[in-house]
Each structure stands twice: as structure tokens, then as C-alpha cells.
Ligand binder design. Structure first.
Ligand SMILES: Cc1cc2nc3c(=O)[nH]c(=O)nc-3n(C[C@H](O)[C@H](O)[C@H](O)COP(=O)(O)O)c2cc1C
Length: 456
């Protein structure tokens, strides 16, 4: 009976929930909050425990951001980077169902290397790999790869499109039944079903095939994070899940409608493109308690860090601006290279236009989750917000961004998820093993197998 009701529940549109793991927590002072464990930030068992908690709550995946550069303002916040694929591989060994989404940049990788890495993660995890495709907007990164300057926004996205075409061919280059491994006949692999890809393009020349058999999911789940116009059209063409930042349900609804329309216009099934805004919950048994919790984090903010973060996002240096002085829109009119992450830049400008904050209020707004949606309230209120965005066409789910670990996530898992489950919005139990099955996505066929069948 339970399984039938689960399947019936699954048949209804189900909420997607990922745990976005960020060393030290998503609030910039999260590593300082009482109960946080900064001494465990390089301890793999800390992240394995977090992933097991997310799996126990039946979440879809854990998600790691990434950027191949040391950020400028490490002095006051735990902003170092765990290389996602290595840490996710260790998490795979400690879990059985939770999806594993790692960020990797098309600007600072080569397709063949990246295809091998994600093929390994998908094989070793039994089909749980997701690739968050970013073009990376951190100017410091180029200096780590011998580049005199960062390629332009448009150039990065042009490369990214070709990059995805190449790795897709590489993941398809072994047909599903190419690997035989028959000790009786002595045939290990049917090499007529392993295809060189012979790619020659503007940015890449790759002969192929991949040197790894086809992966359990066929291809990792393609996730994308970038919301500029270029980012949106790239996402509509390739993404199966999109991580995005929105402060209001209206902005999220407009983004959601735009992407779904663009995807449908390309002949894709819009249901196979999951829109996942970030949400950072501050949970209290009462509204007052939740507000106190949020204020306690604000009291731990170190403005030097916040102002350097603001400069990183907007290119504008507010270090000489009084904390209690109102931030004027004019301050952004000549903003320069920081427009590399166009969507995040626009998000800050929209806050300033809408709320006319003082500098202290602005850095407070951004400290919680770098511009993602921050919700402060009781578990019912947070579940209401999630349900409202989900049912009003603003989101297919969320990347959950706890202000601190592990209690910040434990509260969400123990107090908010059960309410969502009771409302029939979220799974009782996994009904599949792979990330594609959790997301309700089809397993793609190899383009070479399809071509071979077409000519047979
Ligand atoms: C929600 C969100 C998360 C992002 N996470 C990353 C990340 O982890 N690493 C990265 O290099 N870029 C990240 N980016 C930036 C973009 O993916 C990408 O680098 C691009 O250049 C800028 O995106 P946009 O201008 O299309 O918004 C993120 C962007 C958004 C909107």
C-alpha cells in the first residue's frame, strides 16, 4: 500500500530539494555561530554526515559550488573552495541514493578531462552525478591559467556551448552494449560500438572516443547557474536543472516562464528543465525566535568582508561609504568588470532600487546568502513560502542553503520537510536510485547508437 501511495504521490508534480553545501555555512559569519564546527571544515566525515542527513530526509542531491581561484577576502569568512568532484566521490562512498552535483567551469577545463571526471563520479556512485555548468566570472581565475584577461561574457558562453556539445559526444561515444566482458567468448568490448567523435570546432578539436564505458545515467544531469540573457538561452538549450538567485516570487516567476518558454521553443519538454532558486531558511519555533536567530547572525558580520564581497559582485568599492549612509543607484552607473556575473550584479541593483538601503542594511541583506532568497520564520511559514513559489510557477524546487551547519540543516530536515511531505509536496521515500530518477528525467540515448540504428 505504501509503495502505491508513494508512486501516486510521485505521479503528481514533486518538489525538488537539494542541499547546497558551502564550507562554514551560507551566512558569511556562519562559521562563527555557536555550534558551528570550523575545525571540521577539512574533515570529509563532516560532509559525509551532512550528506547522510540529507539522504535520510530523502533530498534529491547535495550540491557543491566551485571556482578555480582564491577569493580576495578570505580574512574574515570561510570562503575557501573544496574541489567538488574529489569530495563528492568520498561522499558517494558514504551514501547510496542522494544525488551528487558538482560545479565545474567550461572556461578553465578541457572537455576530455571533464568528461572523464564526471564519468568516474557517475560510475562509482551508481548513476548519481550532476554537473553544474558555469563559465566562471571570478577575474582572479584567469591569472591561474596563464590568461592575460578573462574572456568576455559572450565569449565564455560561446565556448561553453561548444564545450557541452563535445562532452555530450564523449559521454555518448560508447554505446550502452559496447562493453561485453564475456570470459567464455573472450570478447571484452564490441569496438564497432565505440565511436571516435572527430570534433573540430572554433574552440576545441577532440578525436575521442572517451576511454570509459557509457555511464549509468547516459550523461550526468546537466545543471546550470547563470541568469543573464546569454545564460538563459544557454540554459534553455542544455540545462535539465537551473540554479538561480531571486529575491522575490515575481522575479522568480518571470524567470521561470521565460526559461520554460525558451525550452519549449527549442522543442524540449519544459518539465525536463527544473528551475531551482536558492533559499536560506532561519527557523524558529516562533516568528520572534526566528528573527532573533537572524539578528544573531547579523551581529557576527564583519563589514570589511561584506564590503569586499559587494565589490566582487558589483565592482563598486564602498569602503569609504558610511555604514549608515544610504546607497544611491548612481553608485553603480559606471560599474566595470564585475558585471561578469551579470545576473548577480542586477540583483544588487534591484535591491537598491526597491529598498533604498543604507550600506549596513545592504550588506546585511547580502550576508545571509549572497543575494539568494532568505526566509525567516516558523517551520510552517517556511513550508508555506516553499509551497507558494512551487505552486505559483516560480520554482520546481530549491537549493537549500542553511546559514550554518549542521544544526541549520537539521532544523530544516526535521521541521520543514515533514510538513512538505504531509502536504503531499515531497517524497516519502526514494522510488529510484539515480539522480535522473529522482528528478523524473529521461535517460538520454547515445547519439551514435541512434545514428547507427537509423542507418541499419
Ligand atoms: C545561482 C548562481 C550560482 C552560481 N554559482 C557559480 C559557481 O559556483 N561558480 C562559478 O564559477 N560561477 C557561478 N555562477 C556564475 C555563473 O554561473 C557563470 O559563471 C556566468 O559567468 C555568470 O552568469 P550570468 O552572467 O549568466 O548570470 C553562479 C551564478 C548564479 C546565478
Amino acid at each position: 500500500m505504501a509503495l502505491a501511495s508513494t508512486q501516486a504521490a510521485q505521479a503528481r508534480r514533486q518538489l525538488v530539494l537539494n542541499l547546497f553545501i558551502y564550507p562554514g555555512g551560507h551566512h558569511e559569519a556562519g562559521w562563527r555561530y555557536p555550534g558551528a564546527r570550523p575545525e571540521r571544515l577539512l574533515d570529509i566525515t563532516f560532509y559525509q554526515d551532512l550528506a547522510r542527513s540529507a539522504e535520510a530526509a530523502k533530498l534529491d542531491a547535495v550540491f557543491f559550488a566551485d571556482g578555480p581561484a582564491q577569493v580576495d577576502n578570505i580574512r574574515y569568512a570561510s570562503r575557501f573552495r573544496l574541489e567538488p568532484l574529489t569530495w563528492l566521490s568520498a561522499i558517494a562512498a558514504a551514501t547510496t541514493h542522494i544525488g551528487l552535483i558538482g560545479t565545474a567551469s567550461t572556461t578553465y577545463y578541457e572537455p576530455y578531462n571533464l568528461a572523464r571526471l564526471y564519468a568516474s563520479l557517475d560510475h562509482l556512485s551508481g548513476g548519481r552525478a550532476g554537473w553544474n555548468i558555469v563559465t566562471t566570472a571570478v577575474p582572479q581565475a584567469s591569472a591561474n591559467f596563464g590568461l592575460a584577461e578573462t574572456p568576455s561574457h559572450a565569449e565564455r558562453y560561446a565556448r561553453a556551448a561548444e564545450f557541452v556539445d563535445v562532452v555530450t559526444k564523449l559521454w555518448d561515444s560508447w554505446e550502452d552494449d559496447a562493453l561485453v566482458a564475456d570470459p567464455v567468448s573472450g570478447l571484452f568490448a564490441d569496438d564497432s560500438k565505440i565511436h571516435p567523435i572527430e570534433h573540430v570546432g572554433r574552440h576545441y578539436r577532440v578525436k575521442g572516443a572517451l576511454n570509459t564505458p557509457r555511464i549509468p545515467q547516459g550523461r550526468p544531469v546537466y545543471v546550470q547557474a547563470g541568469s543573464s540573457d546569454d545564460g538563459r538561452s544557454f540554459a534553455a538549450r542544455y540545462a535539465e536543472a537551473i540554479f538561480t538567485a531571486h529575491q522575490t516570487v515575481e522575479s522568480a516567476k518571470a524567470f521561470y516562464a521565460d526559461i520554460k518558454k525558451q525550452a519549449a521553443g527549442l522543442g524540449r519538454n519544459p518539465d525536463h528543465v527544473k528551475i531551482l532558486p536558492g533559499i536560506s531558511p532561519y527557523i524558529g519555533s516562533t516568528e520572534a525566535e526566528a528573527r532573533q536567530l537572524h539578528e544573531a547572525f547579523s551581529d557576527l558580520i564583519q563589514p570589511e568582508y561584506s564590503i569586499s564581497q559587494l565589490k566582487q559582485i558589483t565592482g563598486v568599492d564602498f569602503s569609504g561609504h558610511p555604514l549608515n549612509g544610504v546607497v544611491e543607484l548612481d553608485a553603480f552607473k559606471d560599474a566595470g568588470p564585475a558585471k561578469l556575473v551579470a545576473s548577480r550584479f542586477q540583483l544588487v541593483v534591484d535591491i537598491v532600487r526597491r529598498e533604498k538601503p543604507t550600506l549596513r542594511q545592504l550588506i546585511d541583506r547580502l550576508a545571509g546568502a549572497r543575494g539568494h532568497y532568505v526566509v525567516v520564520g516558523t517551520p510552517e511559514k517556511i513550508a508555506d513560502e516553499i509551497q507558494h513559489w512551487f505552486e505559483s510557477g516560480a520554482a520546481d524546487g530549491f537549493n537549500v542553503m542553511p546559514p550554518w551547519y549542521a544544526a541549520g540543516f537539521d532544523l530544516f530536515a526535521s521541521q520543514v520537510v515533514p510538513i512538505l511531505r504531509k502536504r503531499g509536496l515531497f517524497r516519502e521515500d526514494y522510488t529510484g536510485r539515480t539522480l535522473r530518477e529522482h528528478y523524473g528525467l529521461p535517460r538520454p540515448q547515445s547519439q551514435f547508437a541512434e545514428a547507427a540504428r537509423a542507418t541499419a
